[in-house]
Ligand binder design. Structure first.
Ligand code: ZN
Ligand code: ZN
Length: 193
């Protein structure tokens, strides 16, 4: 599987392109990056609804006519601008829950990890896990935003600690880590929450 990445906008939000087909978290000015690299577009998937992860959803959806996938608990963020940053509003197409979604030939596995937002998810495609702002290399997403919930984050970390296999973890900001590495540093954050 080929993964392309570009940190977008002032928060360096990672936009990922999988096999030139699946676009994950197209943030501010991701459109040019996407246009340059995507060949056979299938879908946009948002790890959560924060503006810096969905900013170019609308442009890309309209340009390619492809659907937007997002967890059902975060879909309102695409249309309601609850944070007042005025991103281009757009309707989500597939409101997801935990489970496996068939996108083209890909089995895309969604796990629900609320806390940073109510609809934060990890997206697993093959040997890769995209973690959004749930888990970074060495840290976790903030839980002091509107709609964040530290108690949910705690439960989500406990759930993540039980994942029995290893994969690369590609976060919404910063460098790559792995499930096993994250399982080593995460217990420290349980004390903090
Ligand atoms: Zn976020
Ligand atoms: Zn973010």
């Amino acid at each position: 599987m080929e993964i392309l990445v570009k940190p977008c906008g002032e928060f360096y939000t990672n936009c990922y392109i999988v096999d030139r087909k699946i676009i994950i978290d197209p943030g501010v000015d991701a459109f040019e990056f996407v246009k340059e690299h995507v060949k056979d577009p299938l879908a946009i998937i948002n790890t959560h609804g924060h503006f810096d992860h969905m900013w170019d959803d609308k442009k890309i959806k309209e340009y390619y006519g492809i659907p937007i996938y997002i967890h059902k608990n975060d879909a309102f963020m695409l249309t309601e601008d609850p944070f007042g940053y005025n991103p281009p509003k757009v309707e989500a197409d597939i409101l997801m829950d935990e489970g496996v979604y068939k996108i083209g030939d890909y089995d895309v596995e969604i796990k629900h990890f609320p806390g940073h937002t109510p609809g934060s998810i990890t997206i697993e495609i093959g040997d890769e896990m995209f973690s959004g702002d749930f888990i970074f290399d060495g840290s976790i997403g903030r839980v002091d935003f509107p709609y964040s919930n530290p108690k949910d984050m705690k439960k989500s970390i406990e759930k993540f600690l039980k994942i029995p296999y290893d994969k690369r973890v590609l976060p919404g900001h910063g460098p790559i880590t792995t499930i096993k590495k994250a399982q080593k540093f995460l217990p420290m954050w349980l004390d903090y929450l």
